[in-house]
Design a protein around this ligand. Structure first.
Ligand code: SIN
Ligand code: MN
Length: 293
């Protein structure tokens, strides 16, 4: 899938693009059907909500689940980012966020690149999030909220929040959020929240400031996030386990557009379990592979 010049200009201005209903219900069902079994697994890659058994985030399913391995190579998700960066991409992070009915907790205001920079030593912001809704998203089930244009600020100040939710994040404080929202139009568009049917896709800049409220509705809000990083911009530190921040910097090769509905062979390297090495972490930077090569 290719972006028009108008879409590229809109992305540059707002920091995100929304594609309502981009994947058909039939395509989306192939993914949704696989989620309960993945969430039921008692594995480190399933992070549960604080004080609840509900899964907040499942990591790295593209390495052990066939439908998600195909999604990770889907041209509708990968090609627009490749075009924007003018470079091949690798998968930095792959998540299936639950935000389950009644239990899904908040995501505080943050920029993803803040965490990738501080924790993973990712050199620049040349990485992108692409989300696909596996459930309908409405005003009540904890939709993502964006501050349009906030990506233009680059990396803003953030604090390492280790307590609010079950997942550590570099979060932005309320005063700065107030200023950014005001600058973006205050009550007139200073916060936006793309909502739509299952199968909708959002592409958003790694410096776009975003958050989501808890889900007190009776409707799940499961969404998949691909975090795609330009090859030259690979992380330089393995401080977080490999199921959270990937260490395989090989380029993603796309499958055909009908890949969710037809059989295509995909590698599933963690099908029989995650290797022990995926849990080994270090606070030291890795050797510079470009010099070593
Ligand atoms: C995220 O910001 O990484 C997740 C937010 C959400 O799923 O609501
Ligand atoms: Mn985020």
């Amino acid at each position: 899938m290719r972006l028009s010049l108008e879409q590229i200009a809109q992305f540059d201005r707002d920091g995100y693009l929304f594609f309502s209903g981009l994947f058909s219900p039939e395509e989306t069902r192939t993914l949704t059907a696989a989620v309960p079994e993945l969430y039921a697994r008692r594995e480190a890659y399933n992070v549960r909500e604080k004080g609840s058994d509900a899964v907040r985030t499942n990591f790295a399913a593209h390495l052990y689940s066939e439908p998600f391995a195909k999604l990770a190579r889907h041209p509708r998700m990968v090609e627009p980012v490749q075009d924007l960066f003018g470079e091949k991409l690798y998968m930095h992070q792959f998540k299936i966020n639950g935000k389950m009915a009644f239990e899904g907790d908040v995501w505080q205001w943050h920029q993803d690149y803040g965490t990738w920079k501080n924790d993973d030593l990712m050199p620049t912001e040349r990485a992108m999030n692409v989300a696909i809704f596996l459930d309908d998203v409405n005003a009540f089930n904890g939709p993502l909220m964006f501050i349009p244009g906030s990506h233009k600020k680059g990396v803003v100040d953030a604090k390492h929040d280790l307590t609010t939710t079950s997942y550590p994040l570099w979060t932005v404080d309320n005063d700065l959020i107030r200023q950014l929202v005001e600058r973006a139009g205050g009550k007139n568009g200073g916060i936006v929240s793309p909502q739509g049917p299952a199968g909708s896709m959002i592409l958003f800049h790694s410096c776009l400031v975003h958050a989501s409220a808890s889900n007190l509705s009776p409707w799940n809000r499961v969404s998949v996030y691909l975090s795609l990083c330009a090859l030259s911009n690979h992380i330089r530190r393995f401080k977080r386990p490999e199921y959270i921040a990937h260490r395989d910097f090989s380029a993603i090769d796309c499958l055909p557009d009908d890949c969710l509905l037809k059989h295509y062979p995909v590698e599933l390297p963690w099908k029989n379990g995650m290797p022990g090495s995926a849990l080994v972490t270090s606070s030291e930077p890795i050797a510079d592979t470009r010099k070593a090569a």
